[in-house]
Write a protein that binds this ligand. Structure first.
Ligand code: SF4
Length: 235
């Protein structure tokens, strides 16, 4: 390694062993590279201030589904059911057929029906606005609850999925084993100004560059700030 490289490594990668000091510069670089508001379904819905019920249903459909598929199927579903009552009236087999291509269609159809029923019977057909109430509905986990609170109600929660868990660990911001732990740590180290955009940017970053297996470190815009913790192979 050249002297210059050593200096750069020292300056950017080992500031007292505290990589969190790089958060503002990393966030500002990633903001420029990933115009997430145009590229992820849920973020577009948030920008368009769509109905909380639609955001909740699209979020449930998006689990283990490609973004384009989520958007297409959400739009098809909302043409015939844009309220909990209408969704509940769709026969199960027909609903399974509609959501089929998002994967896990049987489980998802059951979840959509159960959630709709809960909204009607317990929440006056409205999506509740607290984490406790949302997570009291079977089928709604911490990530979905945070997405709804953040995207539909503009509340300061950080939705953490596998990308939002993996990448901050690689960047050395934290050392956690589960998305739940990551959420708690991020709440301590991530300045609030980034809480709303963090999920959209990191999901896109994880899908395109910082992939689960063999991330594309050679073209990564924040490579110089990254200790690549846990990365064994990269491109
Ligand atoms: S340098 Fe590699 S491991 Fe680090 S953030 Fe970029 S792609 Fe991910």
């Amino acid at each position: 390694m050249t002297k210059t490289n050593h200096m750069m490594k020292d300056r950017y990668m080992k500031p007292n062993g505290n990589y969190t000091k790089n958060i503002p510069i990393i966030m500002s670089i990633l903001e420029k590279h990933f115009n997430y508001t145009k590229r992820t379904t849920l973020n577009r819905m948030r920008k368009e201030k769509q109905d909380p019920f639609k955001i909740l249903i699209s979020c449930l459909l998006s689990l283990r589904s490609r973004d384009e598929t989520t958007e297409k199927i959400s739009n098809e579903l909302f043409k015939i059911a844009d309220t909990p009552e209408k969704l509940l009236r769709i026969p199960l087999k027909r609903l399974e057929g509609i959501v089929y291509s998002t994967g896990h269609y049987h489980k998802k159809a059951l979840t959509l029906k159960h959630v709709s029923n809960e909204l009607i019977t317990r929440f006056n057909s409205k999506v509740p606005e607290t984490r406790e109430e949302l997570m009291s509905i079977k089928g709604i986990g911490p990530k979905t609850a945070n997405i709804v609170l953040n995207f539909a109600f503009n509340q300061p929660y950080i939705p953490v999925d596998i990308h939002c868990h993996r990448i901050p660990n690689r960047l050395g911001w934290l050392q956690t084993k589960t998305p739940e732990e990551t959420e708690k740590e991020l709440e301590k180290i991530l300045p609030r100004e980034y809480w709303f955009e963090f999920n959209g940017i990191f999901v896109l970053f994880g899908r395109t560059i910082c992939a689960p297996i063999s991330p594309k470190c050679s073209i990564c815009p924040v490579s110089r700030y990254c200790p690549k913790r846990g990365v064994t192979t990269s491109r």
